[in-house]
Design a protein around this ligand. Structure first.
Ligand SMILES: *Cc1c(COP(=O)(O)O)cnc(C)c1O
Length: 434
């Protein structure tokens, strides 16, 4: 079946949304259609429009929309009245997920982690990680990084860099400092050396940290990819200074960079790992905090939450691990798609002396300004491509296509992006010439 995007021209009747839904909504402002159906890399609206999805639920749909294997597993489970919601009770579905996580993911990678089901959002997995690190070390201070994004509840928000997000807190966001991420001051400044110096110096004013919290590739913060060497040095610094290394793999994990965990190719083993977004594989809410067994110093119920037993998510998560991760074929395909993506983005960027960023299948093009990036994403949407921006000034046009996308579909979307970029650059040259 060969599809091409066919965007509809009609705006939905937004009356119900304007009347009833808070103004806090945001993605829908840039993508004003009413969607009805989604399959694979495609979304369909109620006017007959169809769109290629290069947003993929912000990387919460790495296996595309309604993957047939995951969907069937869930339909079967519901069909036999499987337990839907179970707090933290033992269920067949939870056992199956834990066994699959252990045998398909952790054991083959030589990783020994305990799994903690938190409330079902990424930010809750981060809250649990922060609480645990502070509890185990007896320290308060946490080191996060410039442009880091870790969620919107107060503890995770304190670790988030973005001013607009932080301003929503309404209370002081304390006990976190934001050190410079790799490349923050340009390629010639060694930010790991700066951090080491500040931590080693008892008069630097930097308190001994409970944890260093890092994304290997900063998803919301502009697709900055920490080099493997830098990540290894951050891991060593954490160890040397008695801090726990937390890798927030909520966006970069679940295969997005070409390996199940984004830190695998850096050769580091975090003390704590947070996961959410694509973990359930089908967009169902589910989050997990993994940590070294010795760190499991929780008292029963010390961090809990009603929705820690989303069995529908356990079913699809186990099916996803089983289907995609039992051997290396899927990861190899993801890396091949990532290379294609990189090649095409670089050739687009070169033409206009722009730069690219990211790793694997989370890559983008720095449009130079938020205004130009928006011009590009708007033009893409008019041509049937759903694509968003990221970065401090929303200047990065970010490709987060499903990892299951075919080569033809990926090229089709990138053709649309290329046309939009060419048009945006031509429009600016016209303005400049006038
Ligand atoms: C999305 C995200 C979060 C927050 O997850 P939610 O489910 O939105 O709470 C945390 N960290 C990273 C790296 C993310 O991309």
């Amino acid at each position: 079946m060969s599809l091409t995007p066919r965007p509809s021209k009609h705006m939905p009747d937004a009356e119900i949304y304007n009347r009833m839904e808070s103004r806090v909504r945001s993605y829908c402002n840039a993508l004003p259609r009413q969607f009805t159906r989604a399959q694979g890399a495609w979304m369909y609206d109620d006017q007959g429009g169809r769109y290629l999805d290069f947003l993929a639920g912000c990387s919460s749909l790495n296996y595309g929309h309604n993957h047939p294997v995951l969907k069937q597993a869930l339909l079967d489970y519901i069909g036999r009245d499987g337990v839907a919601m179970s707090l933290d009770l033992f269920t067949e579905a939870k056992a199956a997920f834990l066994e699959t996580l252990e045998s398909v993911i952790l054991k083959p990678r030589g990783l020994d982690y305990k799994a903690m089901f938190t409330g079902p959002t990424g930010t809750n997995a981060v809250e649990a990680a922060l609480k645990l690190a502070r509890k185990v070390t007896g320290r308060r201070h946490v080191i996060a990084f410039t442009n880091g994004f870790h969620g919107m509840t107060l503890g995770a928000l304190a670790c988030t860099g973005n001013e607009g997000k932080r301003n929503g807190a309404g209370v002081p966001l304390a006990d976190v400092s934001h050190e410079a991420y790799d490349g923050y001051f340009g390629p010639d400044v060694d930010t790991a050396a700066q951090l080491e110096r500040r931590l080693a110096d008892g008069s630097s004013g930097l308190d001994a940290p409970a944890a260093i919290l890092v994304e290997t590739v900063q998803g919301e913060g502009g697709l900055n990819a920490g080099s493997f060497a830098w990540l290894r040095r951050i891991a060593a610094i954490a160890k040397r200074h008695g801090a726990l290394l937390i890798v927030d793999d909520i966006q970069a994990g679940c295969g997005r960079t070409g390996h199940f965990f984004s830190f695998e190719s850096a050769g580091i083993v975090p003390d704590i790992v947070t996961m959410a977004k694509s973990l359930s594989g089908m967009g169902l809410p589910m989050a997990l905090t993994l940590f070294r067994p010795e760190l499991d110093q929780w008292k029963p119920g010390e961090h809990n939450g009603t929705f820690r037993g989303n069995n529908h998510a356990f079913i699809t998560a186990a099916a996803a691990l089983e289907h995609f991760w039992k051997d290396g074929n899927f990861a190899a395909t993801v890396r091949a798609r990532g290379t294609l993506l990189q090649t095409r983005l670089e050739s687009m960027a070169e033409r206009y002396a722009l730069t690219t960023c990211g790793r694997g299948m989370m890559r983008g093009i720095n449009a130079g300004s938020g205004e130009r990036a928006e011009m590009i994403t708007r033009a893409c949407f008019r041509d049937g491509l759903i694509i968003e921006t990221s970065g401090a000034d929303d200047e990065i046009v970010k490709v987060l296509a499903p990892l299951t996308i075919t080569e033809d579909e990926l090229n089709m979307g990138l053709d649309i992006l290329e046309n939009a970029l060419n048009a945006a650059m031509a429009a600016q040259f016209r303005v400049a010439a006038e």
